[in-house]
Design a binder for this molecule. Structure first.
Ligand code: THU
Length: 160
């Protein structure tokens, strides 16, 4: 028997002004996208923005449906848009912001488990990690250096 320890380290920023110019610009795009989310059922709006190696910015937001499971998260809308429109262009970073019309979201909102798995596919595909920066509407912002850090023991094609 043996035990292994898995450690993740993240950087915590107090507010947007502490981010680098590029990270702040990308987070602004995620916030812009968040404001266009279609979330009439949960009232929880999420925006995601991906910076690509060719300098394109691909955004997405959550799209809900009256048949609840048919909706989709912002992160997957964005990553699939990028995978569809720019299949061979590397993703350099991802920013995410979430807000709610029910209560102020003041904690960083990380991608859900299913989104982590979907995002992980693209990190593996491009053989290059990409940082994920996430926040609520206000408050602290978290930056991880890779998607891998958010999803240890992820499922990948090597198991198939
Ligand atoms: N949502 C996202 O867009 N991303 C996540 O990572 C978590 C949840 C959306 C899905 C749904 O429209 C709403 O937030 C509430 O769960």
């Amino acid at each position: 028997m043996r035990k292994i320890q898995i450690a993740t380290s993240v950087t915590v920023f107090n507010n947007l002004s502490e981010l680098s110019t590029e990270d702040k610009m990308l987070m602004d795009k995620a916030i812009e996208a968040r404001k266009k989310a279609y979330a009439p059922y949960s009232k929880f709006n999420v925006g995601a923005a991906l910076l690509l190696e060719n300098n394109e910015i691909v955004t997405g937001n959550n799209q809900e449906n009256a048949a609840y499971p048919s909706g989709m998260c912002a992160e997957r809308v964005a990553i699939w848009k990028a995978g569809s429109d720019f299949p061979n262009v590397k993703i350099l970073k991802l920013a995410i912001s979430a807000s709610s019309s029910i209560s102020k979201v003041d904690k960083p909102v990380g991608p859900c488990g299913a989104c982590r798995q979907s995002l992980s596919e693209y990190e593996i595909k491009q053989k290059q990690h990409f940082p994920v920066i996430f926040m609520g509407e206000v408050g602290e912002i978290i930056k991880t250096e890779s998607l891998d850090a958010l999803l240890p023991f992820s499922f990948d094609s090597s198991y198939l």
